[in-house]
Write a protein that binds this ligand. Structure first.
Ligand code: ATP
Length: 273
């Protein structure tokens, strides 16, 4: 299977039927942790060069959306896949609960300002999808309002794509059992306990509602120019391997070129001082 299609969301999404463990390569063969880690390291080395070219060529712009249930590992994924890249060309924006000012605008207002400029990779840690996820689950706005948002989002992403942005959307898919383990670990770990919010337990109780909201959001907005990938995320090593593989394939498909050198450089001599 060609890599960009690998792990792309199906037309009809039933998350309960999609593995949270994965452990397969793009050809459907089981991959060991050792092999996946070696491949991930290779991907990262390739991505470093691809990003250098992306930045030098300054022609394309990349938008990566991360969405996930709590503890699914958005932060870790961003660190492991994008951490090794040149920070000058990668930006991360985390979308939190909207401020009063943000709420006084339309919900895409705060998002548009952070879309990427040419030569850059922009990562959204949470995104405009919260406006059809948490907002839908908690009815933060009336149903007739959030229902229209799928169409807005489709149009918004089409606009970005038409104006030259390559978009990839990653849903990190974990099981409720894995989330339980991670929450328990957080409670016990002095270096992680600061991340624990009692409110996370209330959100956990809404698991089924969130999964349904994800399924609808993915189905409604999965497009060739803005595909959703459902990343099995129970195993961190597998998640990292999958993400770096998909990223690498996408960037390689851009056929990035080094900019041409200035004319007449063959006659240039750098003189001793
Ligand atoms: P981690 O997953 O690593 O714990 P986080 O992404 O949950 O970090 P927090 O600051 O704990 O970071 O959570 C951000 C919160 O903001 C989430 O509960 C999310 O649902 C909420 N949020 C984001 N966008 C919106 C929105 N448009 N409307 C309402 N709530 C939102």
């Amino acid at each position: 299977m060609p890599y960009p299609e690998w792990l792309q969301a199906p037309k009809k999404v039933d998350l309960s039927k999609i593995s949270t463990r994965g452990e397969k390569d793009p050809n459907g063969k089981k991959i060991s942790r050792e092999k996946a880690e070696a491949k991930h390291a290779e991907n990262i080395a390739a991505l470093e060069e691809l990003q250098f070219k992306l930045s030098a060529e300054s022609k394309h712009k990349i938008l990566i959306v991360f969405q996930a249930m709590d503890t699914a590992g958005k932060d870790g994924a961003i660190r492991k896949v994008f951490g090794p890249l040149n920070p000058q060309g990668v930006r991360v924006h985390s979308f939190k609960k909207p401020t009063e000012k943000e709420l006084s605008h339309d919900y895409l207002w705060r998002v548009h300002q952070h879309t990427p400029e040419t030569g850059h990779i922009q990562i959204f840690n949470r995104s405009h999808y919260e406006d059809v996820l948490v907002v839908r689950v908690h009815n933060l706005v009336p149903e007739e309002q959030w229902k229209k948002r799928y169409e807005h989002i489709r149009n918004f992403e089409k606009l970005l794509a038409d104006e030259g942005t390559m978009i990839m959307k990653f849903m990190l898919h974990i099981s409720p059992e894995e989330q339980k383990e991670r929450l328990e670990k957080r409670l016990q770990d002095p270096e992680r306990v600061w991340k624990f919010r009692k409110g996370d337990l209330d959100e956990r109780k809404l698991w089924a509602k969130y999964q349904e909201a994800y399924e609808v959001a993915i189905e409604e907005t999965h497009k060739d120019h803005a595909p959703w990938y459902i990343i099995p995320a129970d195993k961190k090593w597998y998640r990292n391997y999958v993400l770096s593989t998909i990223m690498r394939e996408h960037l390689e498909r851009l056929d990035l070129k080094w900019p041409l050198a200035e004319e007449g450089l063959d006659e240039v001599v750098v003189e001793d001082l």
